[in-house]
Ligand binder design. Structure first.
Ligand code: ADP
Ligand code: MG
Length: 262
C-alpha cells in the first residue's frame, strides 16, 4: 500500500514539490533529427522518483526515439538529458554505469532461444556483475517468482507463451536492479489475454515504487497506473497531465487521438 512504501507515499502526497527529490529523469529542450527529419522538437519532461510516466501518441510522433535518447541509444543535437545522475548528452557519458541503472524492455523479447528462462536471466549478472552461477541462479529464481513464473525457470522460450516470454524479459531487466525501467510497447505483439498478464506485472512494479517510463497504446492502463501521461505529437510534448487528462483533452489533436472526435 501507499503507506507501506515511503517512496510512493511521498510522490502521491507531494507530486510536484521539490521535497519529493531530484527527478530521476529530466529532459530539457531536447532536439533530435535523422538527417532532414526532425523527430524530437524541443522535448522537456521530468519524471520523479517512483513516478510512472506513460507516453502516448500516434505512430511516428517520436515516442520510441525519446525513450532511446533517454537510454543513450541515440545521440541528441540540442538540449540536455539527465538520468539517475548521468548526463546523457555528455560525450564522456559512462555507458556501463548508465546500463546498470536503467533497464529497457522492447516489443520483441530478444530472449536467447537456446537458453532456459533462468539461463537467459543469469547471463548479465554473471558476465557484467561478476556473480557466481549459484548467486545468479538464486537471483534468477527470485525475479522469476516476482513476475509469477517461478515454475518456468527451466523452460526454453519456445515452450513459453508470448506473455510469459515478455515477463521473462522483464525479469531479466529486474535482475540488474535498475533504478529506472523503460518499456516500449511491450504488449503490442500480444493478444489481449496475454497483454493483461504483462500489464499486471508492470502494475505491481509501479505499486512497489519503481520509476518507469512506458510507451503504450493501452489507454486504460495509462489512465489507471500512470502518475503522468505525456501525449506526444509531431515530436513535441503536446499535452501532459495525470490520467484524468484522457477524460478531458485540451487539444483537438489529443481529442482526435483518443477517439472522442473533433
Ligand atoms: P513512434 O515510436 O512514436 O512511432 P519513432 O520515434 O519510432 O516514433 O519515429 C519517429 C520518426 O523518426 C518516424 O518518422 C521514424 O520513421 C523516424 N525514425 C526513427 N528512427 C529512425 C532512424 N534510425 N533513422 C531514420 N529515421 C528514423
Ligand atoms: Mg515506437
Amino acid at each position: 500500500s501507499a503507506v507501506a512504501n515511503p517512496t510512493r507515499a511521498a510522490r502521491e502526497d507531494t507530486p510536484r514539490s521539490p521535497q519529493a527529490g531530484a527527478p530521476v529523469v529530466r529532459l530539457h529542450d531536447v532536439h533530435k533529427s535523422f538527417g532532414a527529419l526532425k523527430v524530437l522538437d524541443g522535448v522537456s519532461l521530468d519524471v520523479g522518483p517512483g513516478e510512472v510516466a506513460a507516453i502516448i501518441g500516434q505512430s511516428g510522433s517520436g515516442k520510441s526515439t525519446a525513450l532511446r535518447c533517454i537510454n543513450a541509444l541515440e545521440t541528441i543535437q540540442q538540449g540536455t538529458i539527465h538520468v539517475c545522475g548521468h548526463a546523457i548528452h555528455d560525450p564522456q557519458l559512462d555507458r556501463r554505469a548508465l546500463r546498470r541503472d536503467v533497464g529497457i524492455v522492447f516489443q520483441s523479447y530478444n530472449l536467447f532461444p537456446h537458453l532456459t528462462a533462468e539461463q537467459n536471466i543469469m547471463l548479465a549478472p554473471t558476465c557484467v556483475k561478476g556473480m557466481t552461477k549459484a548467486q545468479a541462479r538464486e537471483l534468477a529464481r527470485e525475479v522469476l517468482s516476482h513476475v509469477g513464473l517461478a515454475e518456468k525457470a527451466e523452460h526454453y522460450p519456445e515452450q513459453l507463451s508470448g506473455g510469459q516470454q515478455q515477463r521473462v524479459a522483464i525479469a531479466r531487466s529486474l535482475a540488474m536492479r535498475p533504478k529506472l525501467m523503460l518499456f516500449d510497447e511491450v504488449t503490442s505483439a500480444l493478444d489481449p489475454q496475454l497483454t493483461g498478464e504483462v500489464l499486471k506485472v508492470m502494475e505491481n512494479l509501479a505499486r512497489e515504487g519503481m520509476t518507469m517510463i512506458l510507451v503504450t497504446h493501452e489507454m486504460a492502463f495509462a489512465r489507471k497506473v500512470a502518475s503522468k501521461v505525456v501525449y506526444m505529437h509531431r515530436g513535441r510534448v503536446w499535452e501532459t497531465g495525470t490520467g484524468a487528462m484522457l477524460d478531458d483533452p485540451q487539444t483537438p489533436e489529443l481529442r482526435a487521438f483518443i477517439g472522442n472526435g473533433l
